[in-house]
Design a protein around this ligand. Structure first.
Ligand SMILES: [Zn+2]
Length: 315
């Protein structure tokens, strides 16, 4: 009995210890999406206690110089998981990192990469660097900590240290990364990254699959425009910010969602209806998307947001 009590006591102490250290994010393997390009397709939900904040699509492009990481996740712990999984892909060094936009689920993992590869440049849009200077990174660190009830503890703001703009190209070894930015779309900071030699495009959250993205920092017409511009490229492989990688069809399907919500708002506006009247119209127009993650929460607010945009466009 005495031993049993001791056993329970030590198990209890051990449990308390691991909990206070913030457990490692569960391993999720890289999937090959093209020759020398892999993606971890994260879960579709919001950051929460179960996923420990990890829910985006980190990518790796293997160049002749080393690995280029795109969007290493939402926290120190997510970035560490990405580095663990990278070992299954390559033992080459990490030589560069790209961040697709300001939303913290995509880039707070920079910290883990920089801790191991301090010389690797981290690229982000000019506006993203400006927003982090103004404190946006701290807001994201706090939000992640809150949503995961402390699972991301220890995460610090390590933002991009190299600013990019539309049309820039970065050469890393044998690969060319061409930057596309068409103004405010999902946010004001979006980079779409074309891996020229491979016909692969990392879309950030300008396109998502099976999951409705947050639009509060974005703009429907801007997002539609930026999707139309990127569709001018004849790429083979399209990597969304959330959801599965696919061919050009995934981009067109997502464009269909944006245009359906905007058209619903326009219809309500033209009929002298209110912003709150958009939802029933949008529910019908977007029925094909009803099973997408976050649809139930987002369709009402996004219809109302699109209405405000229609209204602003009319004046
Ligand atoms: Zn986003």
């Amino acid at each position: 009995m005495k031993y049993l009590t001791q056993l329970f006591l030590s198990l209890f102490l051990l449990g308390g210890l691991t909990a206070s250290l913030s457990a490692a994010v569960q391993d999720q393997p890289f999937e090959k999406v093209a020759e020398n390009i892999w993606v971890i397709h994260g879960p579709l939900e919001m950051p929460n206690v179960d996923n420990q904040g990890f829910m985006n699509n980190p990518g790796v492009v293997l160049t002749s110089e080393g690995a280029v990481i795109i969007d290493p996740g939402s926290s120190l712990q997510s970035g560490e998981m990405v580095l663990r999984m990278l070992k299954d892909v390559t033992d080459k060094p990490v030589v560069a990192v790209f961040n697709t936009h300001i939303h913290g689920d995509h880039w707070l993992g920079n910290q883990a990469i920089k801790a191991v590869w301090p010389d690797a440049p981290v690229y982000g849009h000019t506006e993203m660097l400006a927003m982090i200077k103004d404190g946006a990174g701290d807001t994201w660190v706090e939000l992640m900590d809150k949503l995961t009830e402390g699972a991301t503890k220890g995460t610090r703001v390590v933002g991009p240290d190299h600013a990019l703009n539309h049309g820039d190209t970065i050469k890393v070894g044998n690969k060319t990364f061409r930057i596309h930015h068409y103004g405010q779309a999902h946010t004001r900071t979006d980079l779409m990254i074309e891996v020229v030699e491979d016909g692969v495009i990392f879309l950030g959250d300008n396109v998502t699959t099976n999951r409705i993205p947050r639009m509060v920092d974005g703009n429907f017409t801007g997002n539609i425009n930026s999707v139309d511009r990127i569709l001018e490229i004849n790429a083979a492989t399209w990597v969304p910010g959330h959801g599965k990688t696919g061919d050009v069809a995934i981009v067109k399907v997502f464009r269909g969602y944006l245009t359906a919500v905007y058209a619903s708002a326009k219809q309500a506006f033209d009929a002298d209806m209110d912003s709150s009247d958009v939802k029933p119209i949008a529910l019908k127009a977007t029925v094909a998307y009803k099973d997408w993650a976050l649809y139930d929460e987002e369709i009402g607010p996004q219809g109302a947001q699109a209405y405000m945009e229609v209204e602003a466009a009319e004046f």
